[in-house]
Design a protein around this ligand. Structure first.
Ligand SMILES: O=C([O-])C(=O)C[C@H](O)[C@@H](O)C(=O)[O-]
Ligand SMILES: [Mg+2]
Length: 416
């Protein structure tokens, strides 16, 4: 049996602490879900991967685990194709299938790097930068997760941010703690004029620093056009103001700044119509659903060819994902904007040895060890797996959580 064949894919769902961050869907629950992958080769080498959590993603990764056994880890393209074929009968959307194959591809590349003694960025063509810039990801938030069914309130050291002053204070903390030089505000929470005021307050507090606003399709075309006009000269880009490629194209016709997305272009088949209609000028790529790190590198080349600028999307995540994001961002020459990351919002829960990766001067140094350059802390993995089992959670439900405190809360997109 060849040493580079896949013996087993171990799939471990975990839960980690998350603060009460607000968005256009509601509020983050006290726990966020992820799934950790260990791809074990015949010679004992282990490749790591990290995927968003939830019952559906877990089930699909379990199908992938049965599919990849016996395949060669250097056949990463065939591994992705086999997973895609295995999921096709039950999962229609190529975007949804992409989440599964992407996580396994990262684990394949980590294992390949470990076998070769080279960092993943080398497998992607080599790094063109030693550090990768990230943006401070600002959220409106409550001071604490309120007390619930006998569970005491859960506090954090960020405090509340419910108005422009709170957002500026949060940005100052992000800058002080991590050195971020650019700022993204998650909007779609308060009426647009309040969010315009928050962006203006940030511009005053941090003159000349790149600013972005992302209301996650909370606005109509008309409202989006109004906000875009109000923030002329203030935003580096406006992200997903309204739903769909057609809606974005309508906004783009009058918006004075570039429009960005991680919502209306999320699969290869969306690129052609979006580019033809001039719907987006910036794509937030995300290796977790674009097919993995090699496909993300290819996506960057497509964007370059069509003059679409590149940024990077994130969701609540841990260090294996951050390492993967950093390797691919390091290998992309046309990374035009700093990347998003939720990483500072984790309150110390981390499955990699040595604790959280460092963000300094708003940047993450590209790991130079073999593979992703991070190792799994098995004790923490076990603890966070227990927490997942005890939680009984099956998926993310920002709207349901919001309703436990505000029963009249309704999910409405667009809301304004
Ligand atoms: O840029 C984005 O759309 C995101 O980061 C999506 C996330 O789900 C964000 O809205 C969040 O964590 O609440
Ligand atoms: Mg977004």
């Amino acid at each position: 049996m060849s040493a580079t064949r896949i013996r087993e894919l171990i799939v471990t769902p975990i839960a980690f602490s998350d603060p009460p961050l607000l968005n256009s869907n509601g509020c983050h629950e006290p726990l966020a879900l992820r799934i950790i992958l260990q791809l074990v080769l015949e010679d004992g080498t282990v490749g790591l991967g990290e995927s968003p959590g939830g019952a559906a993603r877990l089930e699909r990764l379990e199908i992938a685990a049965q599919t990849v056994v016996g395949m060669d880890v250097f056949d990463a393209t065939a591994v992705s194709a086999a997973i895609d074929t295995a999921l096709r009968p039950t999962v229609d959307s190529s975007h949804e299938r992409g989440w599964t194959s992407s996580a396994v591809e990262v684990a394949c590349l980590d294992a390949q790097g470990k076998l070769l003694g080279r960092p993943v960025s080398d497998l992607l063509g080599g790094r063109v930068r030693d550090t990768v810039p990230f943006a401070a990801y600002l959220f409106y938030k409550w001071a604490e997760h309120p007390e619930l069914d006998g569970r005491p309130a859960i506090t954090d050291d960020w405090g509340a941010a419910l108005d422009p002053a709170g957002i500026v204070e949060q940005a100052r903390l992000m800058h002080e703690r991590y050195g971020f030089e650019s700022f993204k505000l998650k909007g779609g929470v308060f009426p647009p004029d309040e969010e315009i005021a928050a962006i203006r307050a940030l511009a005053e507090a941090f003159p000349g620093r790149p600013l972005r606003l992302d209301p996650n399709i909370a606005w109509t075309v008309e409202t989006s056009r109004y906000v875009a006009e109000q923030l002329d000269g203030v935003l580096e880009y406006l992200e997903d103001p309204t739903r769909g490629i057609e809606g974005m194209a309508e906004v783009a016709r009058t918006a004075p700044m570039p429009l960005a997305t991680n919502m209306c272009v999320i699969a290869w088949e969306h690129l052609k119509p979006a580019i033809e209609q001039g719907a987006i000028q910036v794509l937030l790529t995300d290796h977790h659903y674009w097919g993995g790190l090699r496909r993300t590198r290819e996506l960057a080349a497509v964007c370059e060819a069509f003059g679409v600028k590149l940024s990077m999307h994130s969701n609540s995540h841990l260090g294996i994902s951050l390492a993967a994001m950093t390797h691919v961002a390091a290998a992309i020459p046309n990374l035009d904007h700093s990347c998003d990351t939720h990483y500072p919002w984790n309150s110390g829960d981390e499955v990699i040895v040595g604790g959280p990766l460092k963000i300094e001067n708003g940047e993450v140094r590209v790991p130079t060890g073999p593979g992703l350059g991070v190792d799994l802390d098995h004790d923490v993995l076990e603890r966070l797996h227990r927490r997942y089992l005890d939680s009984g959670m099956k998926g993310r439900d920002d709207t349901g959580y919001m309703r436990t405190f505000q029963p009249e809360y309704e999910l409405r997109l667009p809301r304004w």
